[in-house]
Design a protein. Sequence first.
Lengths: 261, 155
Amino acid sequence: MKAAPVTYHRAQSIAQAIELTARYDGTAKLMAGGQSLMPMMNLRMSFAEQVIDISGIAALRESGFFEDRFFMGAGVTHAMIEDGRVEDPTRGYLRHVAGGIAYRSVRNRGTVGGSLAHADPAADWPAALRALDAVAVIEGPDGERQVPLAEFQRGLMETALGAAEVLKGVLLPRLSGKARWSYKKFCRKAGEFAHSIAAVVVDPSLGIANVVVGAIGGKPLRLSMDEKLLRHELAAVVEPSSYEFQLHCTIAKRALAEATQ
Amino acid sequence: MVTVTIFVNGEAVGAEVEDRTTLADFVRDSLHLTGTHLGCEHGVCGACTVLVDDEPVRACITLAAAIAGKEVRTIEGFAGDPAMEVIRECFSEAHGLQCGFCTPGMVITVRDILQRGRCADAAQIRAELAGNLCRCTGYGGIVKATELARDRLKS
């Protein structure tokens, strides 16, 4: 199908994007690569009246070390990470995740920030970056604020972003030589949205020990490192006799084994 | 309405289109370059794949206005391209197509995976081609054609 009529705006700067979203008070949608938003518009599942294109804002693609953490601009594409055109402070974890997202033609346009702000429960970055204890950097009319990813995604396609706020990027830890990670997902067809995602990141020197399961409920779920406890926690969210429960348990178990053995 | 100016197959072209116009509709309806095919219109089938600044992109989920000023190469723009000539030959020889609907997107994707060297074996080629659907061949011929093109381009 074709998208319903919309009005297109092109923001040249973050400040202009904030000004435009504020002006249209809730009826505007920011579009980065558009790789999730455009399909929804074409399927007429998005009701935005205004589209504010932020893909031309060079400042959103800036990345670099910031004290002990790495700041990755929201406009960095999956392909840029996959190809190593952006530094990976996580010893290959980000590159691995990026390379497994959808298809190359999608990765060329789709962005890290777009994925987080779209907040699809089955998307890769929400779960993958949650496991890193990443922090969202948000810019709005009142200045900049930081929100840990644990609190950023509130539910199905719902985030902490205010109506006139723009996700500028994410702060990521620089993993140490002792870090171990694993990222497993289950797809029936390569590149489709996952039926289950398990992200495990362990870095004793940074105090990171996270198991995060995605493609479950409204948002990624942090679980215990202990397999028995993990099953128990999953059973509180997914019917224990279901196929989904077995699938999530199996994928989490595989990721845990890879990261901890 | 927005006025969009894009470089398509080496030429600057401008047209006034509705804001919601996708790159695929822009090249098909405004420029009559109908080699870019529309299968699913939501980014699943890959038939509309074109190059934007030399990278494959799905034209059905890219707004024409969003790529103003960029270089677009549609299937019509590959005449004389050495790699594409080999790929075309190999698709013909190895039965890489039947009805031809997916072929423009398929060969543009194959050219990209050969360029990026993501064609070590049949399994890798299949994974890389997962975003391009073909309902005729069962993919065997396409994978064979890709391997053939890889070997010929190497020598």
